[in-house]
Design a protein around this ligand. Sequence first.
Ligand code: EPZ
Length: 430
Amino acid sequence: MEQYVIKGGNPLVGDVEIGGAKNAALPILAASTMTDETVYIENLPDVRDTNVLLDAMQAIGVMVKRTERHKVALNSGNITSLVVDTEGIKKIRASYYLLGAMLGKYKHAQVALPGGCDIGCRAIDQHIKGFRALGAEVVIEHGLIKASAQRLVGSHIYMDVSSVGATINVMMAAAMAEGVTIIENSAKEPHVVDLANFLNSMGANIKGAGTDVIRIKGVPRLHGSEYTIIPDQIEAGTFMFAAAVTKGDVTVKNVIPKHLESITAKLLEIGCEVEEADDCVRVVASKPLAHTQVKTLPYPGFPTDMQPQITVALALSKGTSIVTESIFENRFKYVDELTRMGANIKVEGNTAIIDGVEKYTGASISAPDLRAGAALVIAALAAEGISTVDDIKYIERGYEDFHLKLKNLGAQIELAQTEKEFQKFKLRVG
Ligand code: EPZ
């Protein structure tokens, strides 16, 4: 079984290059099926979730040509099936983006019910409500969501919750509906804006993405495009907190600093120095970390996808901190693992009360999901002694070359497949 073996204690120092945003790439890949012409995507992250989606697209007849590691050409002119039901696709959340995309173009689609990280109840009622408002019939049968319509007609849709997935799905379907759709209380995350920009580059007419109200004037057809995906806000934030936790000095390159404002604000509050330039951010942690309070919120609030990473930092800070998770109710599962490394955290409902400790100590831990897995790796990098992190398949869903990028910053981390490799690492690091 693959695991990371880590010897903690080295401050991370140097530069790290951030890849394309996974959560923008997934809907953009799905939306490429909305034209018969070729779409060229750059800055595509080479991570498990995007690769699973590309495999599923290939299985329904999309021509997928990876011209370079981070570039792909896609042609959906000869799609052979509107049923997406591969084994892999059930494991990723973004499978349902093919529903919105294909419903928009073909007025019919069937997709296996989505999986994804187990971080709490992940309802899809707002997606279904949106599709129905556009005139589609939606049923769930035999593990598939089936959506079909004679015609899709623009509508006024109020989202009961700010949902990234539902905003994206409805935006895609509405892009090729007749007339105007208005989505109120839409999600404002950078990846929602990136998808809108991509659809507009294909000839869609979408205004207001990034605000609470998105206005979509449907068009009868979309055309090919060349598009570069935005940098990954969460990958960047993870490395920024890795610098803080290991008392390092890291310049995170190829980022949009505006997308990182809530993360930067919290790093400043806990005593780090943060320097911003046009497309990079430097984080220096030279003082002991201070405690703070944080509540996860939709963008531009502090992202739920950064909640485990900030908790790992606060558990090493002076004093008592409070972290409130307001998006997903089951996102503190990693706390037990962190406790095994010496953290002092009590979880009550959606709140973690954290009494800072002086240090972590190495332990054998498992990644319970993608972001928590990355956060536990950061904890291990700061811990005294050796740790092993299992179930790294979760981390690989969304971080490209995670351990290699960390290693490049001076971390003592290896990917070990066997006990022998683990022993070799132990001997080497002493
Ligand atoms: C997206 O998930 C991301 N996934 C998640 O990232 C991220 O944590 C989340 O947005 C919040 O930012 C992808 O982009 C593939 P939501 P999504 O719909 O779209 C409720 C990661 O680590 N809700 O914005 O599934 C829901 O229960 C992953 O990269 C409904 O009630 O999230 C939640 O409480 C994990 N009904 C809240 O809205 C619905 O129909 C926000 O969920 C839809 C959602």
